[in-house]
Design a protein around this ligand. Structure first.
Ligand code: FAD
Length: 299
């Protein structure tokens, strides 16, 4: 909704898909800029299936006749976007960081080559566009949109839902964290990560890591990996400890509000990207910083 409002179209319709009574969700989507909410409710939409979601969105498009369809750039969103674009005979642009209208189509900026360059792409036709998660502030305020129900008859599809397994309890969602403390290859061994616990606890932070510590060495779960092939975080405070600041890592945290870096190499690239930098040995700096913050914050 924020991305659409920024385009200044004034008319943003939201498609809300699910099963059962969707009125409370519709209420929470009645934020500034939303003019219509299209409700599609069917038991087939209880579980995610890209083909069924595309069928439902096609039904919505028949009623709402959009020029532009924006979809969250999650894995699921991207799966839906490409299929929907084909179905509607629209262009498709993924991961549009910045979006504008041009003629009857759109122009968008997106990161390419592992975040080393920005490409400007256009779709001369109507388009389906995915918007990176958390690229925009959440819309606020309230509106009084017209709510319309859309009839939808799901087709039998090749893929069938079999079962849903919850992730094991206790896992935290680093993407939602307001403070993230991340560890990098500056840590010599897995056991040493324990020294981050004190800092994380006083800052009420979630612990993340660079790729060597997650995917390569398996010192922490892969869902804590920040970066190009991991997750993108946008916390109020990001503390990079023993992380050099390669572009693939920066891609996942550069939108953090305040970045603090601790590294013993004063020439490490992370120091070009941080608001506060401490040149020093993390084994010395982290315990001292934790102690000082504890005294200051009284936690
Ligand atoms: C396609 C692709 C995708 C990738 N995706 C990701 C990704 O999602 N996330 C990611 O993180 N990386 C990713 N990478 C890897 C990335 O290129 C870097 O290799 C990685 O980010 C480096 O991790 P690091 O900074 O922890 O390690 P290093 O680059 O080895 O840096 C370690 C740092 O620790 C410092 N240090 C050493 N000892 C101390 C000490 N005692 N005290 C303080 N500082 C110390 C060093 O000065 C150094 O700057 C990807 C690479 C590719 C090719």
């Amino acid at each position: 909704v924020s991305a659409s409002t920024k385009l200044g179209s004034g008319q943003t319709s939201v498609a809300l898909l699910g099963n059962g009574d969707l009125s409370s969700q519709a209420k929470s989507l009645s934020v500034n800029g939303v003019s219509h909410i299209y409700l599609v409710s069917d038991v087939a939409l209880q579980q995610f299936g890209a083909e069924t979601v595309v069928d439902a969105l096609e039904a919505v498009s028949t009623q709402s006749t959009p020029d532009l369809v924006l979809i969250a750039g999650s894995r699921r969103g991207k799966e839906v976007a490409a299929r929907l674009a084909t179905r509607l005979k629209f262009g498709c642009v993924s991961d549009a960081l910045k979006l504008g209208k041009e003629g009857g189509g759109v122009v968008a900026n997106r990161l390419v080559w592992g975040g080393n360059a920005i490409a400007t792409v256009t779709s001369k036709e109507k388009a389906v566009v995915t918007i990176p998660l958390r690229a925009n502030e959440r819309s606020s305020g309230s509106s009084n949109p017209e709510i319309k129900k859309v009839e939808f008859s799901p087709k039998t599809r090749g893929a069938t839902f079999i079962q849903r397994k919850e992730k094991s309890a206790g896992q935290v969602d680093i993407k939602q964290a307001e403070v993230v403390v991340s560890a990098g290859r500056g840590f010599k061994k897995k056991e040493d990560l324990a020294i981050l616990n004190g800092l994380a606890s006083v800052l009420k932070a979630v612990i993340g890591g660079s790729r060597p510590l997650t995917s390569d060495l398996g010192w922490m779960p892969e869902d804590r990996q920040v970066g190009l092939s991991g997750v993108t975080v946008k916390p109020k405070l990001y503390v990079a400890v023993g992380i050099s600041g390669q572009i693939q890592h920066l891609t996942g945290m550069r939108d953090s509000k305040i970045v603090v870096a601790i590294n013993n190499d004063k020439n490490a690239p992370i120091f070009q990207e941080c608001d506060y930098g401490i040149v020093g040995d993390l084994y010395q700096v982290v315990p001292e910083l934790s102690k000082a913050l504890k005294a200051k914050l009284g936690r």
